[in-house]
Structures are given as structure tokens and as C-alpha cells.
Design a protein around this ligand. Sequence first.
Ligand SMILES: Cc1cc2nc3c(=O)[nH]c(=O)nc-3n(C[C@H](O)[C@H](O)[C@H](O)COP(=O)(O)OP(=O)(O)OC[C@H]3O[C@@H](n4cnc5c(N)ncnc54)[C@H](O)[C@@H]3O)c2cc1C
Length: 478
Amino acid sequence: MGSTEIVWFRRDLRVRDHPALHGAVADAEQVVPLFVVDPRITGGPAGSGPRAHFLAGCLVELDAALRERGGRLVVRHGDPADVLVALAEETGARAVRWTGDASPFAQRRDARVTEALEAAGVRAIPSPGQYVVDPSVPRTGQGKPYTVYSPFGRNWEHQDRRTVLDAPSAIAVPQVSGEGLAGPDDLGADGLPDAPEPFARPGEEAGLRAARAWLDGPIQDYDELHDVLAGKPGSRRASGGTSGLSPHLRWGTISPRWLEARARKLSGEGPAAFVRQLAWRDFYAHVYLFHPEDRRRAHQERYRELEWEDDDEALQAWKDGRTGYPLVDAGMRQLATTGWMHNRARLVVGSFLTKDLHVDWTAGERHFYALLQDGEPNQNDGNWQWVTSIGVDPKPYFQRMFNPTRQMARFDPDGRYVRRWVPELADVPDARITEPWRMSREEQEAAGCVIGEDYPAPIVDHAVERERAAARYRGAAD
Ligand SMILES: Cc1cc2nc3c(=O)[nH]c(=O)nc-3n(C[C@H](O)[C@H](O)[C@H](O)COP(=O)(O)OP(=O)(O)OC[C@H]3O[C@@H](n4cnc5c(N)ncnc54)[C@H](O)[C@@H]3O)c2cc1C
């Protein structure tokens, strides 16, 4: 038997630009590409219908890509430490490689797995591939990790970049048993359905197609259009003016380093602004690597005692997209229907939940996590803390208190986004679409949208709730 190494796939479900796979194929005669169904990830509250369905599709595609190269994906169930030690023994593998992951859960798990492998005399080799830059590297002048984005971004810009790698042309897998590819129910769906109209298609080929379509044109307008919810007039892009690549970045079906390298080859403000967004992703990886205790706990100590209201009815109206504020409702319905939401809408619905309805941000974070194809602990937690004004990259709370009416007037002025997701408002005239409750009875009837019957009246008054939120934040900081 020749030398053997295991490549443990997690959320790096591709064959191109995959340093761990590349390294194993270069160093060993035989490689076991492995996915472990870990009940601590797939069971319990972390389950998600849309994400489990997306993941199941990615595994099918990864298996196909490996088969094209003479290999296949081996799937086993159990605690990764036990599975990997047993498989190394079974195959005589001398090393296990994987793509490093900065989430607090992954950090703890990988430390445990490393210990178990080393005790069994097997090398553990974490490799890059999940981020553009290794998130453990950027440091302030005093050698500390960053908690503010702008200086992190400047430092990130100057870090070394690794070379982008091709997919291996051939992969030789030894004789080894597997358990068949895992389906959505094995992967956390547990009977939960997929999104009715899933936003992204799973797998590396779909990711590459989406990325190439983005790089070939729309990226040029990113600087100008990234906040315009419906994107360029006449465009039918489901993600409006943004790339829509987040599910592929989340599952590693495209490589962030490859994407950055391709974007940097393009000139202009659009590609430069897009690269800065990839730095935000690395920023939150960096933050949670150094502050794992911040998961579901306010980073800013003064806001850990912030008061919240238990308002189940309001929370349900928010989840259902029935708050009476068109932009909030459009965002929440886009999420429920597709498993994705535009970033500008995420900001507005996040601010609305925490500062208009005064509901604890962790309820919003959990709801997002249950439905987003791109739901990812670091990015979700970090962004929820950002919009709640309790996290890193701090700004006074009132600067991130979004007025849902004004936000709509700025970022969906003609109501294309709102009309797409809230069909009751389809015939409301442009002049009334941001505040449909101001229509006269005649206007409501002409638009086929009677407020209180066809579409709810606003469940709260933003101007009033804004003052109450300000009092809560002032109270907590005193
Ligand atoms: C309350 C809230 C929750 C969020 N939860 C998640 C989440 O669970 N997973 C997730 O990937 N993103 C999350 N985001 C960040 C952002 O909304 C999405 O990454 C973005 O909407 C994805 O769309 P896109 O790929 O078209 O983004 P683009 O604008 O095209 O950006 C390209 C990529 O840059 C990264 N990026 C962009 N904005 C951010 C950001 N603010 N923070 C971190 N990375 C960013 C993403 O990987 C994104 O795919 C959240 C934002 C908010 C306000």
C-alpha cells in the first residue's frame, strides 16, 4: 500500500483552489476525500431547512467532481475525532488535512481532533482556503487584534496573498467503505423544507457560473448599485446590485482567494468596492477568532444589560413580513421565500426588530440562522451585533437606527423590490408606496389594497419607538 492521506471536507466543498486537497494529492499516493456528518452540527437548534438542502446538493456535486478525477467522496457519521482516528487506522493514513475555520465551534472541535490524531500518531495539517487572508495574522501597531473595521481593512490590504491553485487532475482513492451520500435530513433539515424558491443553486459549478456572470459585467456597477435593492432598472438579477455569491462563499463552493484575485484583475471603483466587502468577511472571522466568548453576548460590556421586551406577537409579525412597513416586510418575505435577503434589507429589518420592536437581537439572529442559505455563525452574529450597536466597529446607537420609510425612499424609490415581495402593494401609486397607510380610502380601493384588510397598518410608530429605544440605550450605558 502506498502512502495515504485523508482530506476532511467541511465547508470548503470544491476541488479548485483547495490547498488541503492540492497538498494531499502532491504528497501522498492515495487520498481519502471525507465528509463527516457530525450530530453536534446537524442536530438540535442549529438545524436549517434551506442550508441542509443546499449542503446536500453541494455534497452531490463534490462527489461528481471527485469522480471525474477518478476519486469519490467518502461519507461517515459520528464525532469527527473518532471517525478520523478510525479511518486513519483503517487506511494507514499518515496525515489528515483540512481547511482552517475561525468559528468558535470549529476552533474547539479542531483542537480536539488534532489532539486525538496526534495521540494516534497521525499528523493534523490545517491549511488555508476559507478566507482571503489568514484571519489570525492582522494585528494593530501594539500587536493586538482589531475591533474596528477600517484599520483592519488597511492592514488586510497589505497582507501576503497565497497563489491560486488549479484543481487536481487525478485523485486515487484507496478501497474504503462509506455510508452513501448524506441527504438533507441527515444534514440538519430533520424534516424542515427547503426554501420555496431557493436563492442559489448548490455546488461548485453553479458557484463558478454565478461568479463568472458577476465578474463579467455587473461588478462594474457595484460601487454605485450595491445598496439599490432591485439593482439596475430592467435587470432581473435576484440579488439586485450585489453579487449574490454569499451562499457559495459560506460553503466554500467558490474560493474567496480566487474571487479576490479575479476581481483585482478588473479596474474601476466597482471591483475595488467589492474586494472591500470580502475584507468584511475576513474581519468577522478575525473578531471571533480572538473573541469567541462574544457569540450571542454583546461585545460592548455596557450593553450586556440592555433591556429587551418579550413581545411574541410583534416578533411573529416581523417573521411573517406583516409589520405594515413595506421595506421590512419585503425583506422578511424574501428571506422566507428564498433563503436569502439583500444586505440593505438585513440592516433595516435588524434595526426594526431591535430598535422599533425592542426584541432581543438573538431572536433575530436565530431566525436568520434557521433560514439563510448563507447563515454562518461569525457573519450572522457579527452583523447582528453591528446593527444592534452592541458589537465591534462601534458607532453611537442612533447612527444605526434606520428609519424604514426613509430607507425605502433612498434604496427602493420606485418600489420595484417591495412590489416584488409584497404583491398586495403592487398597484399602490409611487407617491404612496413608502407609507401606504397614508392613502385615502379612495386611493386604497383604487389600488386594491385596503389598509387593515389587505395589508396591515403599521404595528408601531417609528418616531415613537425611536425615542423609547434611545432611552433604553442611554439607560444601559449610564
Ligand atoms: C443582520 C445581518 C445578518 C447577516 N448574516 C449573514 C450571514 O449569516 N452570512 C453571511 O455571509 N453574511 C451575513 N450578513 C452580511 C451580508 O448581508 C451578506 O454577506 C450579503 O448580503 C450577501 O450578499 P452578496 O453575496 O450579494 O454580498 P456582496 O455585497 O456581493 O458582497 C460579497 C461578499 O462579501 C461578504 N460580505 C458582504 N457584506 C458583508 C458583511 N456586512 N459582513 C460580512 N461579510 C460581508 C459576503 O461574503 C458576500 O458574499 C448579514 C448582514 C446583516 C446586516
